[in-house]
Design a protein around this ligand. Structure first.
Ligand code: DON
Length: 249
């Protein structure tokens, strides 16, 4: 019931007006997946149950994709309009949206931009200058050969998402899907808060709070698409936080 109503809240409406993903919602594989996630011994709080993200539905976010082939060619691309629909202005006659990348500058040095970042004069607006970006399409090399390719959307959280997924693979030797799935956290100096996804134990949060961190619980952080080279194998991982999939040819 809980799971159905989460989906209902997002995906159902008058089909004369909206496209209801009925086939996806009634797919036995999807239903079995939901059933498998139910713990008969313990209720799952609704805060941990969200409407499904069905593939084919495009997110309004910055997009990252990672590509690799057997010859060791790799591509990492992150592209963005910055905010949702950018500046909300369409180029007349051309049909594409203009970005609002000016907000990646310090629009008013010392005051927060749309991501809450406080930045100084070095990143102030000037003609011909490029604004700072948090986008980090990343190719990791080991012994002169590609080891992994990854990236994510998420404004300033991109930096920490990519850092954490890289550390998970390099230092904790996780396979690429575990590295992507692992709960994430983010601190950006100001505001002075440690944002943490679900998945950390209450003990950890308690210890961090006692050590002086202001812990704030957040929903999904980023959407990492990663590939790892592993002894001749190419392991791809899409982020379960979103509806992407890893594809191969
Ligand atoms: O370059 C930057 O840091 C920002 N323009 C990125 C914006 C972004 O990732 C928004 N979407 N999730």
């Amino acid at each position: 019931m809980r799971h159905f109503f989460a989906d209902r809240s997002e995906h159902l409406g008058d089909p004369d007006f909206v496209k209801v993903p009925l086939t996806a919602m009634l797919d036995p594989k999807y239903i079995l997946k939901i059933r498998g996630s139910i713990d008969a011994e313990k209720a799952t709080p609704s805060s941990q149950v969200h409407a499904a993200v069905f593939t084919g539905r495009e997110s309004n976010e910055t997009t990252h994709f990672s590509v690799a082939d057997a010859q060791g060619n790799v591509v990492a691309v992150t592209y963005t309009l910055n905010g949702g629909y950018g500046s909300k202005v369409t180029a007349a006659g051309l049909g594409f949206l203009l970005n609002n990348e000016m907000d990646d500058f310090a629009p008013k040095p010392g005051e927060a931009n749309m991501y809450g970042l406080i930045q100084g004069e070095f990143n102030a607006i000037q003609p011909g200058k490029t604004p700072l970006s948090s986008m980090v399409p990343t190719i990791l090399m080991r012994d002169g050969k590609p080891f992994a390719v990854l990236g994510s959307p998420g404004g300033p959280t991109i930096i920490n998402t990519v850092l954490e997924v890289a550390i998970n693979m390099i230092d904790w030797n996780m396979n690429v899907q575990d590295a992507v799935n692992w709960p994430r956290f983010h601190h950006q100096w100001l505001p002075d808060e440690l944002r943490m996804e679900s998945g950390y134990s209450p003990d950890t949060i308690d210890l961090l709070t006692k050590r002086g961190y202001t812990v704030k619980h957040v929903g999904a952080q980023g959407e990492c698409a990663a590939i790892r080279f592993n002894n001749g194998w190419l392991e791809g991982a899409a982020d379960p936080r979103s509806g992407g999939t890893a594809g191969g040819y």
